[in-house]
Ligand binder design. Structure first.
Ligand SMILES: Nc1ncnc2c1ncn2[C@@H]1O[C@H](COP(=O)(O)OP(=O)(O)O)[C@@H](O)[C@H]1O
Ligand SMILES: [Mg+2]
Length: 151
């Protein structure tokens, strides 16, 4: 795992740039694990990544659907955007068929620990979002597959 990198994201514009930086190096098989409490900015960053990959519509929060999928094209690569907050048991991860959604796609996961966590995967980039004054800071740690392509 890489040493942690900190990013200062004072406003939504900075969040959009950060999302675009992540999108630029994103590959199928990657996991972007978004950590942080309610309102930390996880969905905001997911939206920025998906938009930068070429999606022009509204990106709904997957709070209730748990998983939303985005095809390529129009995206540069397929994306599954998940919010695992509502999962109550790890067996539900299998029930929803997460592996099928992940095939050839990148996974953007909010509340990754509710799905067992992904940080053990070499292609996982974990990003912890925290409030800082009016904006946010992000603390990122990449698996070995992220060496040399951190945002
Ligand atoms: N970098 C930022 N600076 C200021 N406000 C932000 C930033 N990122 C997100 N927000 C705001 O935080 C609020 C909650 O964001 P959201 O992405 O829904 O959080 P989460 O998905 O973590 O619960 C939104 O109103 C959003 O506009
Ligand atoms: Mg959210």
């Amino acid at each position: 795992m890489s040493k942690e990198t900190r990013y200062i994201l004072p406003d939504l514009e900075a969040m959009e740039r950060f999302g675009a930086d992540i999108a630029r190096s994103l590959k199928p098989g990657d996991v972007i694990a978004l950590e942080g409490g309610l309102g930390a900015g996880k969905t905001t960053l997911a939206r920025a990544i998906i938009a930068a990959l070429g999606y022009e519509g509204e990106v709904p929060s997957p709070t209730f659907t748990i998983i939303e999928t985005y095809d390529a094209p129009p995206l540069r690569l397929p994306v599954a955007h998940a919010d695992f907050y509502r999962l109550e048991d790890l067996s539900e991860v299998e029930e929803i068929g997460l592996d099928d959604y992940r095939e050839d796609a990148a996974l953007i996961a909010e509340w990754p620990d509710h799905a067992g966590g992904f940080a053990h995967e070499p292609a996982c980039l974990s990003i912890l979002l925290e409030s800082a004054q009016d904006g946010r800071i992000a603390i990122a740690r990449g698996g070995t597959d992220w060496l040399g392509r951190m945002p």
